[in-house]
Design a protein around this ligand. Structure first.
Ligand SMILES: Cc1ncc(COP(=O)(O)O)c(C=O)c1O
Length: 464
């Protein structure tokens, strides 16, 4: 993606040490990053330290951070209570490959937040959580197929790396999307065990369930598709899926890795009032430590005792569970939710006012601590709307321009959303908005050209 010349040169002037460190790291580590999503052009910033709402890079720049580790950091960086708990645990051992009391303690915290969760198993990441939940669903139902949603991301394992960010020309019929493998190395044969459905189209989902009756064991959905902006469910879609899963004997899995404990204390299940059979979790349950979990109804979860395998040397280590218990019990309190939700409203109304003042086409999608600006007036209802309505290159320039003003507005890439942490204050939101005010005139000048239906065309208006 091309950056505007001034935006790129300012970025390069502010971050020469990051550039050097990236070149050096690339000599040892592919793309110079630990997860390929973190590689961006011309090069990523290298972080020296992070504390509270701030990131500091190796060039001495300070950023107010609304990326928050891709949404894992609702407690903010280095929260004192979590640091204290983890430090104490360091002296007591970081890993016991034997059971210990923190297992039940941590499970109780998750059960208290999610009504449908009777039993919990712990993992080390969101990827592991979805992988094991999917295995359990297939095992319980005694069926091999998984149904997933076009455009949705559920981690990096093979069964879900299908039709996540497929190219516009390859999508196939909107009601019966093609199954596109998203990485070399994933056998095409995997697609024989996965079906793909569109988001927000209950009829299409039902037709696929009918065609594959008695074949589909699990349906996995991210209740707000947060890899496609924040694409919310419309018209009782999630409730409709619940009914369909009951009718067709399919295990209904909510992937709450991103929504969990952030859009509400009990995640999207609470926010939308829907009861899935299984819930997958990671990210903000763990106060920036690598912990995941999956849980759900007892009759399904008990199948782990006599059928579905779930193993892992590091599962449920006391170190990460101390962080989890502290995070859920002492950090993400009722007052903390009031605090971040109020800041969320402040940020959203600030963005809307600035866009209005400058005639910028756009709106904000948000649910409590999570939100993002979309430079379109239209609602994005599914992955195909995203492709048609969002100019990712324009958004990329907004993102870098904000970085140049000391704000990381959200994780890199137009499809991602901000996280407001408990360590953000009104002043940080106001600084975010001041940066956007600075950037707004330039964005107003460069807005993408759209046709009468609001869909983007390739040339920017500024070239008229
Ligand atoms: C909805 C969802 N599920 C699963 C994952 C995978 O989680 P992890 O990166 O911890 O493996 C992610 C990561 O962003 C995600 O957004």
């Amino acid at each position: 993606m091309e950056l505007w010349e001034d935006v790129e040169s300012e970025y390069r002037e502010r971050t020469p040490t990051s550039r050097e460190r990236h070149e050096e790291t690339r000599r040892h580590v592919p793309a110079g990053v630990a997860s390929t999503y973190r590689a961006w052009d011309p090069y990523p910033i290298f972080v020296e330290r992070a504390e509270g709402p701030y990131l500091h890079d190796v060039d001495g720049n300070r950023y107010i951070d609304f990326d928050m580790n891709n949404g894992a950091g609702m407690s903010g960086h280095a929260h004192p209570a979590i640091t204290e708990a983890v430090t104490d645990q360091l002296g007591k051992g970081t890993l016991y490959t034997h059971p210990h009391d923190l297992l039940a303690e941590a499970a109780r915290e998750l059960k208290a937040r999610w009504d449908p969760v009777d039993l919990v198993r712990f993992t080390n990441s969101g990827t592991e959580s979805t992988m094991h939940a999917i295995r359990l669903a297939r095992a319980y139902a005694g069926r091999d197929k998984l149904l997933k949603i076009e455009g949705a991301y559920h981690g990096a394992h093979d069964y879900v790396m299908i039709s996540k960010a497929a190219e516009a020309g390859k999508l196939g019929h909107p009601k019966r999307p093609n199954k596109i493998v998203e990485s070399e190395g994933i056998p095409e044969a995997v697609t024989e065990t996965v079906e793909v459905a569109p988001w927000n189209d209950l009829d299409a989902v039902e037709a696929i369930m009918e065609e594959h009756v008695n074949e589909i064991g699990g349906l996995i959905v991210e209740p707000i598709v947060m890899n496609v902006g924040m694409t919310q469910p419309y018209d009782e879609f999630l409730h409709g899926l619940r009914e369909l899963c009951d009718e067709y004997g399919i295990v209904y899995i909510f992937d709450e890795v991103k929504t969990g404990v952030k859009v509400a204390p009990g995640g999207a299940a609470e926010h939308y009032g829907v009861e899935p059979d299984l819930v997958t979790m990671a990210k903000s349950i763990g106060g920036n430590l690598p912990v995941g979990a999956f849980g759900g109804k007892e009759h399904i979860m008990r199948h782990i005792e006599d059928g579905a395998a779930h193993f892992g040397t590091y599962n449920g280590s006391p170190l990460v569970l101390r962080a989890l218990v502290t995070q859920l019990r002492d950090v993400l309190t009722e007052q903390a939710y009031d605090h971040v939700d109020a800041l969320g409203e402040r940020l959203v109304s600030g963005y809307e006012e600035i866009m209005d003042d400058h005639g910028i086409v756009g709106h904000v999608e948000h649910v409590n601590s999570q939100g993002q600006v979309l430079f379109t007036d239209d609602v994005v209802r599914d992955y195909r709307d995203w492709l048609a309505l969002i100019d990712e290159e324009f958004h990329e320039n907004y993102w870098f321009a904000m970085l140049n003003r000391g704000v990381v507005p959200h994780p890199h890439h137009a499809s991602q959303q901000w996280t407001i942490s408990v360590q953000h204050e009104a002043e940080h939101v106001d600084e975010h908005l001041e940066a956007f005010k600075d950037v707004a005139p330039r964005l107003a000048d460069e807005q993408p050209r759209r046709d009468e239906s609001g869909r983007i065309e390739s040339e920017p208006l500024a070239e008229d």
